[in-house]
Design a protein around this ligand. Structure first.
Ligand code: BG6
Length: 492
């Protein structure tokens, strides 16, 4: 008999459950992708019935999923509990066993901690004390896993302490640290693109690549009550530590021996460890931080947002000229930038290839920068795709050149909608595949790079620039490109 899996969502009354987790599960359910039948148990301190929870979820679903929800709804159950109180977990444990039916120990359980990070430790400790984490290593049945959302720590010491705390109750293979960017199809495609084709790899080195640009530009600002959380985080911790550095690792890593979790993660860790720490005296030169001011896209600046402390120095934009000290990348700048309230929403990676040593067209004046014909643009979102650019000759007399492009658009695959990151990540966690989740040492190595920047800001009182909401960002960020290296992409 096939035993069901149980997905237990702690903090189920939060926004993530209705907006991401349940739609992702439903898509998987409709596609028949779930590995086994599923029971979903929502847990939070708020009192409600399972019916009321189902009804609330149904009304928030897009119409396309409403029909599938009729069959899915009976699998949803609500349990009221304060999960940091062991006595209350006992009750949850009983409900889980009852729902599981005979031999509850053979049912796999995925505990999803959609909770404030300070609760990760206490909740896992209670689960352990209640015997809810016990399972044999590599158990095919009756496994117990824990998923934690970001942020994983706020700096290296806190991430290290959290790792130690959680790993005193769990084995590393039971702990799934999420970075939802790794669940995005187009981020996974970075691996396939590089390592399943042979033509790109020989070009993927310092000999051919002059710079790499990684942008995660957002138009959102502090919508709703985001300001209160964001003001304690800032762009560096909220976006760079995780999403941008993960993309950077996939671009810069050496080919892994396989796509097994440890092979991939070993290579990513090497990249993080090779990221050159930026000393305080170079912070103002290599890192630009800024806050948005009122502008065409918003009538108030960051400092006027709800939940933001008066005079806050939290950055809503950061751009970094990073260096990776490896044989492959030595001397190639990695230009990273992310910001809120920018002119466009787009995430992309651009590899700028070196220019020809001599300009045979004679078009560029000798004292100006040479034309930069070759870029490879990996579009992660929106308009997902890949674009190569190159120069071609204008037909006719002379040697006039013009830019041309070769491209691939995901839309051409006929896929009406690219699966959401959580669809893939939930499936992988249910299957116990952790390649797309972060390992403890990876998170710590990424924090180590981030902490040096923050320490540099504090030590030097580095300036906080401003940019108008709706603009491409602060002008000083342009200076992170040196000499003839080019400039930030304007996006699609
Ligand atoms: C989250 C950040 O991790 O990622 C948010 O906390 C950000 O600030 C979001 O807006 C961006 O994710 P996506 O998938 O919309 O690019």
């Amino acid at each position: 008999m096939v035993r069901p899996d149980q997905l237990i969502i702690f903090g189920a009354s939060g926004d993530l459950t209705a907006r991401k987790l349940i739609p992702a599960l439903l898509h998987n359910f409709v596609a028949g992708a779930l590995p086994r039948p599923i029971q979903v148990i929502g847990v939070s301190r708020s009192e409600r019935t399972s019916e009321a929870w189902r009804e609330g979820l149904r009304s928030s679903l897009p119409p396309a999923l409403a029909e599938a929800f009729v069959d899915f709804a009976p699998r949803l159950h609500w349990v009221r509990a304060d999960v940091a109180q062991r006595a209350q977990l006992q009750h949850l444990h009983e409900v889980l066993d009852r729902l599981a039916g005979p031999e509850p120990d053979t049912v796999g359980r995925l505990y999803y901690l959609a909770l404030a990070p300070q609760l990760f430790g206490p909740v896992v400790a209670c689960l352990d004390a209640e015997g809810m984490l016990t399972c044999a290593p590599d158990a095919q049945q009756g496994w117990r896993r824990v998923v934690v959302e970001k942020p994983f720590g706020t700096d290296l010491p806190s991430a290290r302490a959290l790792n130690q705390e959680l790993l005193s109750y769990l084995r590393e293979d039971q702990l799934f640290r999420i970075d939802h960017y790794l669940g995005k199809e187009t981020v996974q495609n970075l691996l396939s693109f590089r390592f399943q084709n042979t033509i790109f790899e020989p070009l993927w080195t310092r000999q051919h690549v002059e710079s790499v640009e990684i942008s995660v530009c957002e138009t959102v600002a502090m919508e709703g009550r985001r300001g209160a959380y964001y003001d304690g985080a800032g762009a560096l911790r909220d976006m760079v530590q995780n999403h941008l550095l993960q993309i950077l690792a996939l671009i810069a890593m050496e080919p892994p021996g396989s796509l097994q979790a440890d092979d991939v993660r070993n290579e990513k860790v090497k990249v993080f460890r090779a990221l050159r720490q930026i000393p305080a005296e170079q912070i103002a030169r290599d890192v630009v931080r800024a806050q948005y001011a009122a502008g065409p896209a918003r009538d108030r600046g960051y400092l006027e947002e709800e939940g933001v402390a008066p005079g806050s120095e939290t950055e809503t934009y950061v751009a970094i000229r990073a260096a990776i000290d490896t044989w492959r990348w030595s001397g190639v700048p990695f230009l990273l930038r992310t910001g809120k309230a920018l002119h466009k929403r787009f995430t992309e990676v651009v590899l700028n290839f070196r220019t020809p040593p001599i300009d045979l067209s004679g078009q560029a004046p000798t004292d100006a920068c040479p034309l930069r014909p070759n870029t490879l643009r990996l579009r992660i979102q929106p308009h997902e795709g890949v674009v190569w650019s190159f120069l071609v000759k204008e037909p006719g007399a002379g040697m006039e050149m013009r830019m041309a492009e070769l491209g691939f658009d995901y839309a051409d695959l006929g896929v009406s909608q690219i699966p959401d990151a959580y669809q893939r990540l939930l499936l992988d966690a249910l299957e116990g595949t952790s390649t797309l989740f972060l390992r403890g040492d990876e998170v710590e190595a990424a924090w180590s790079f981030i902490d040096t920047i923050r320490a540099g800001w504090e030590a030097t009182d580095a300036p906080i620039h401003t940019y108008p909401a709706g603009s491409p960002g602060p002008e000083p960020a342009d200076a992170l490109f040196h000499g003839c290296e080019g400039s930030w992409s304007y996006g699609p």
